[in-house]
Design a protein around this ligand. Structure first.
Ligand SMILES: C[S@@+](CC[C@H](N)C(=O)[O-])C[C@H]1O[C@@H](n2cnc3c(N)ncnc32)[C@H](O)[C@@H]1O
Length: 379
């Protein structure tokens, strides 16, 4: 990855922590998926077009990372299928189950395969079910992933805030939550266009009556979002620390500019718009919004701190969850004229500074998750 790549806005350095570390560091993301489990089970129970005879179930988990955080969700879904003894489900409960895990091509698919196939400390559901086939795909959710009209239920958690491209570098901030004026407009336009692209691909893949359960970072009705639910604003703090590095001459202004994260947090209105507007291609593709609700899942590390009161431990446990999703972008912003060692050193110093601040004054730190939980149906 070169600085030019980053300047072109291609979001090609989005990678989570590798080697299964992602799921180990992000217990909060698992809590988010656990919260979505009844929603997914409800959507499953309302699928009218059940597999019969030699047909099979088809599920997708888009933006799955290493797959560890959603193991229990899929275990619950497959149990619900195999244990449904109603007469309408007679064939469906015995049908083969195919699940397609997808993520962008730079994802650590080795970690995914090892977790799913039980080669790690995670307990895979695979041995628990007969006639279950797992497939892995490196196709982004901005591309077609499955054949047309093949999907019964598509799921995605905490992934679709990553834009297909960075529309501009944000002045004076690292994230759209701190953007204003023309920068914010460019991010909003990119996000609306990306959301439409995602939905149109899924509309083509879904069977009639098929469902999507999409769990995405959001700005909620009270303006809250990830890491900004009343305490210290995590994104402002990311920015403040990089700006202090800039002020100290540790990074250059062009490096600071490239730190912009290619993400967007939609509001409920923004998520809903193309699904409610009868003139939009999404509505015309047959997708309908069945339900959308926001919910907050509290930061597990800040919650633990309330019990153990050990600030150093809180700081030590909390920082890896942040690093797991933004380190690759910040690292990619650092000039390639620096040695790799120098870049790594700066990144270490950056997170050490964040950790130092949390350890010194833990009050108000934490990364509460703010999501919109959506169920969408194809009619
Ligand atoms: C925070 S992780 C979420 C992982 C998992 N779904 C969870 O909830 O724990 C975000 C994932 O989205 C993936 N991602 C980002 N852009 C993507 C794209 N265009 N297509 C597919 N996956 C993407 C990242 O590679 C990463 O694995």
């Amino acid at each position: 990855m070169t600085s030019n790549d980053a300047a072109s806005g291609q979001a090609d350095n989005i990678t989570m922590s590798a080697g299964g570390l992602y799921s180990l560091a992000t217990i909060g993301a698992k809590h988010v998926i656990d919260h979505a489990t009844p929603i997914v089970l409800n959507a499953l129970g309302n699928i009218p077009n059940l597999p019969r005879d030699t047909e099979h179930w088809c599920f997708s988990d888009m933006g799955c990372a290493d797959g560890g955080t959603s193991l229990d969700l899929w275990r619950n879904v497959f149990n619900a299928i195999r244990n449904n003894d109603s007469t309408e489900w007679q064939a469906a409960s015995m049908a083969d189950i195919q699940i397609v895990y997808s993520d962008q091509a730079r994802n650590d698919f080795n970690a995914l395969i090892q977790i799913l196939h039980g080669l790690t400390d995670f307990t895979s559901y695979l041995p628990e079910f007969s006639n279950l086939q797992i497939l892995e795909s490196g196709s982004s959710f901005y591309l077609p992933i499955l054949p047309r009209e093949s999907l019964h239920l598509g799921f995605s958690a905490t992934a679709m805030h990553w834009l297909s491209t960075k529309p501009c570098n944000i002045k004076n901030h690292v994230h759209m939550v701190g953007a204003t004026g023309a920068d914010l407009d460019k991010f909003s336009e990119q996000a609306a266009s990306d959301w439409q692209t995602i939905l149109l691909h899924r509309a083509r893949e879904l069977k009639r009556g098929g469902k999507l359960v999409l769990v995405n970072f959001a700005r909620d009705e009270q303006g809250r979002y990830l890491g900004n639910t009343g305490g210290i604003n995590m994104f402002d703090n990311f920015n403040k620390i990089w700006r202090s590095f800039l002020a100290d001459g540790r990074i250059t202004s062009s490096e600071y500019d490239l730190m912009t994260l290619p993400q967007y947090y939609n509001t409920v209105e923004e998520f809903s718009a193309p699904l409610l507007d009868k003139n939009s291609p999404v509505y015309q593709s047959g997708l309908r919004l069945t339900d959308i609700k926001t919910a907050i899942i509290t930061c597990p590390f800040a919650d633990d701190y309330k019990n153990h009161h050990d600030a150093a431990r809180f700081a030590r446990e909390y920082i890896p969850t942040i690093r797991s999703w933004n380190e690759s972008i910040f690292y990619g912003g650092l000039s390639t004229t620096r040695s790799a060692e120098d870049r790594h050193q700066l990144i270490e110093e950056y997170y050490a500074e964040y950790q130092r601040q949390v350890a010194e004054n833990p009050q108000g730190h934490g990364m509460d998750y703010v999501h919109a939980y959506m169920t969408i149906e194809r009619i």
